[in-house]
Design a protein around this ligand. Structure first.
Ligand code: IUR
Length: 484
């Protein structure tokens, strides 16, 4: 269902708006004064925002000052103009990517606000390349309890996420897609703020999320972008209303920057698919690239891809775009692009081939594996109502599948396989979760938290609903889509 075009989001301060008068304060103030201004609820002008981001990028801002400014923004908010200024300043902290004229109209990307078990980017980037798009995806690492696309890809031996702009261009020429990290050349200031937000309880700030995502996309020189805005217990923003506010900001600020952005609201209460954890998620992404795998993952990949092809006017409707993405999964062309992307980003070509054409058992042998498995059993008969992603992710983080401090190494083989899906019947004593761990057996509290993730009911078995809830489009885009 297509939602109406964006209004000014409620979480943003009133008074802003694109196209306003130029910044009246060209002289930047000292950092301390800027922090005080925002702390007291004032507005930062373009020059102020640039001064802050400049100090972040050149290292002159102290960690405490960065944290204080982030918290001031988290508590006081930013209007649309401030958010657009922050987006521009972050984008300009590094290099703008430039592409051949002939690629105009083909450059697209998808970004997610972060989830548990969300391996959509691993599948969608090569699928879109197989549909004729160029996808220069600048992705992120795990944030809080949510997983990161770059960390997942790094579980494949040899995969290199740091690629120069020149290398990215070669990858797009040869493969059609790449998945890379921000670096000293690419939006470096976002890298610093992203890590600082993770340790200062400022991840869930609408303007900070908006600027972080759009700055990375602004340098990619895209013609269309779909952002997967997750809501639910395990999302950065739990409520659908907040997710709508963020969606409106992304679409609105994006339009102000000349970026055609749509936002898909998708549910993040249960994990996406049946696997959580880096290497396990790569295996599941490969299954989806085989044209198989869990239906909820395939549904999300095809709907997001369909929305993007439609937004970029490469399909007449979302459903038509979704069918093209599905065909690329079923005919092996998306998997072929994935194999080429792995080889072009540092994976031994023999390993890339074996991973892409091997059986699931062979893939498991080739990817990092945790030392032990431990199963949890259903405490009663029942139908699976929910498998709560948040407690699952929190325990897996303790076991080494996530970070507690920026830069910490992760254990790529640690994770969990869900042995049942939402809506299925489960017998008392039947295994429902297989934990892959490197360390000692799960502690009593860890088992209790994990068992609390399984929510059973007396209902009859049912078909799990799609995770895709709504699509927020730029006002100029129409006609209204027919697919939900
Ligand atoms: N992805 C990003 O690139 N930035 C963010 O702030 C979030 C997700 I949340």
């Amino acid at each position: 269902m297509a939602a109406p075009g964006p209004a000014v989001p409620r979480g943003f301060l009133p008074g802003g708006g694109s196209g306003g008068a130029p910044d009246p304060l060209p002289e930047p103030k000292p950092l301390l004064e800027l922090i005080r201004l925002k702390r007291d609820g004032g507005r930062l002008g373009e020059a102020d925002v640039r001064a802050f981001v400049g100090a972040v990028a050149d290292g002159s801002a102290q960690g405490a000052q960065i944290g204080a400014m982030l918290m001031a923004i988290r508590l006081r908010g930013m209007d649309m103009e401030e958010t657009a200024a922050l987006t521009r300043a972050l984008a300009e902290s590094g290099q703008q990517l430039e592409w051949p004229e002939a690629w105009q109209g083909q450059l697209v990307d998808k970004h997610s606000t972060g989830g548990v078990g969300d391996k959509v980017s691993l599948v969608l980037a090569p699928a879109l390349a197989a549909c004729g798009c160029k996808v220069p995806m600048i992705s992120g690492r795990g944030l809080g309890h949510t997983g990161g696309t770059l960390d997942k890809l790094e579980s494949i031996p040899g995969f290199t996420v740091i690629q120069s702009p020149e290398q990215m261009r070669k990858l797009l020429e040869q493969v059609g897609c790449c998945i890379v990290g921000q670096s000293e050349k690419l939006v470096p200031a976002d890298g610093i703020l992203y890590a600082a937000r993770d340790v200062t309880a400022t991840v869930d700030s609408l303007p900070l999320i908006t600027a972080s995502i759009l700055s990375k996309k602004a340098v990619e020189g895209l013609s269309a972008l779909v952002v997967d805005v997750k809501f639910g217990e395990a999302a950065v923003l739990p409520s659908q209303a907040q997710a709508r506010e963020l969606a409106a900001a992304l679409v609105g600020v994006g339009a102000g920057l000349g970026l055609r952005v749509a936002a898909a609201l998708t549910a993040m209460d249960t994990p996406v698919g049946r696997s959580v954890g880096h290497a396990l998620e790569v295996e599941e992404a490969l299954l989806c690239l085989d044209g198989a795998g869990p239906p909820d993952l395939r549904d999300l990949v095809t709907r997001l891809g369909g929305a993007l092809l439609w937004l970029n006017r490469q399909a007449e409707a979302q459903a038509e775009g979704a069918a093209r993405v599905a065909a690329a999964l079923d005919d092996g062309s998306a998997r072929g692009r994935f194999e080429r992307m792995l080889a072009a980003q540092g994976v031994d070509p023999g390993l890339a081939r074996a991973l892409c054409s091997g059986s699931p058992a062979r893939r498991r042998e080739l990817l990092p594996r945790a030392r032990e498995r431990e199963e949890l059993r259903a405490p009663a008969d029942g139908t699976v109502e929910h498998i709560r992603a948040l407690p699952l992710a929190l325990v897996l983080r303790e076991l080494g599948a996530g970070r507690s401090r920026a830069g910490e190494p992760i254990r790529p083989g640690v994770g969990a396989e869900l042995l049942v899906g939402v809506g299925q019947r489960l017998r008392c004593g039947a295994p429902w979760l297989r934990v892959h761990r490197d360390g000692p057996a799960l502690s009593g509290p860890q088992r209790r938290v994990l068992q609390g993730a399984l929510v059973l009911s007396d209902r009859a078995p049912f078909a799990a609903p799609s995770l895709f809830a709504e699509l927020v489009l730029p006002p100029a885009h129409g006609p209204t889509d027919t697919q939900k």
